[in-house]
Write a protein that binds this ligand. Structure first.
Ligand code: MF3
Ligand code: CO
Ligand code: CO
Length: 249
């Protein structure tokens, strides 16, 4: 049984959430053609150096070798930063990062368009943003996880895109990954009831083609099987009496 978090704990998460949000905002200007995916990790690490009590939550998690995930184009999630991997004009770049602060975790991701990207890629990113927004609206006391899942799936499929099934959102708080799973597909009214003080990471992973993904030989990078473009946007969201509280904005 996951204990609900108290208001003061949510406020601690909010402090880390604001730092994470600031990093993702700053990256809008940092990410451009010619930088490496490793440069994105370095930017995050340098920023975190200003907050000695905060650490990169992904580093060493299940053996993950870096502090951020950077996934390009047909890569969905868990791309490992590399100084050899250079970002090009026309790429879409998903950056996922987590912060641990005072024993609590936050997790957030954003997809960026670099330079002149195809109209379809822009549409994909917009669709992923709005799928996350409709999911967040359902993060309310008394609704079920399936209400979030189904609203995200409908929002994605209405636009002709697919929701990845092999990876899902999750509970978060005293650990990075906690129950319940928060899939981006499902039936309304199904699954666990959302209760006050519970915190979840809602993270639509959306593809232009099919929803099947495969993991590369590095053991981490997940890409679309059909090579189609993918976007991933994530917020950590608390269930409160006042409605959904977006921790990472
Ligand atoms: N941030 C991913 C998620 O959104 C998990 C990253 S795990 C890591 O749940 F091991 F890759 F860091
Ligand atoms: Co994440
Ligand atoms: Co997550």
């Amino acid at each position: 049984m996951i204990q609900p978090l108290a208001h003061n704990e949510l406020m601690v998460m909010r402090e880390a959430g604001k730092v994470a949000a600031d990093v993702l905002r700053s990256l809008k200007k940092v990410i451009k053609a010619g930088i490496s995916t490793k440069d994105i990790e370095t930017f995050f690490d340098r920023r975190l150096d200003k907050y000695p009590a905060m650490t990169a939550a992904f580093k060493g998690y299940s053996g993950y070798p870096a502090s951020v995930c950077v996934s390009l184009n047909d890569e969905v999630i868990h791309g490992i930063p590399s100084s050899e991997r250079l970002i090009e004009d026309g790429d879409i770049v998903s950056v996922d990062l987590g912060i641990k602060y005072k024993g609590l975790f936050v997790d957030t991701a954003c997809t960026y368009a670099v330079g002149k990207v195809p109209a379809l890629a822009k549409k994909l990113i917009k669709a992923t943003e709005s799928a996350l927004a409709v999911g967040i609206k359902k993060a309310k006391i008394g609704l079920k996880v399936g209400d979030i899942s189904s609203s995200i799936q409908k929002s994605i499929e209405r636009k002709g895109f697919s929701a990845v099934r092999q990876f899902v959102g999750h509970g978060i708080g005293r650990e990075l990954h906690l129950p319940p799973e928060v899939p981006n597909f499902g039936e309304p009214g199904s699954g666990e009831e959302l209760k006050e003080g519970r915190v979840i990471a809602i993270e639509p992973m959306v593809t232009v083609g099919g929803y099947e993904v495969e993991v590369l030989a590095d053991g981490w990078t997940a890409k679309t099987k059909d090579g189609s473009l993918s976007a991933h946007i994530e917020h950590t969201v608390a269930i409160t009496k006042k409605g959904p509280l977006v921790i990472t904005q």
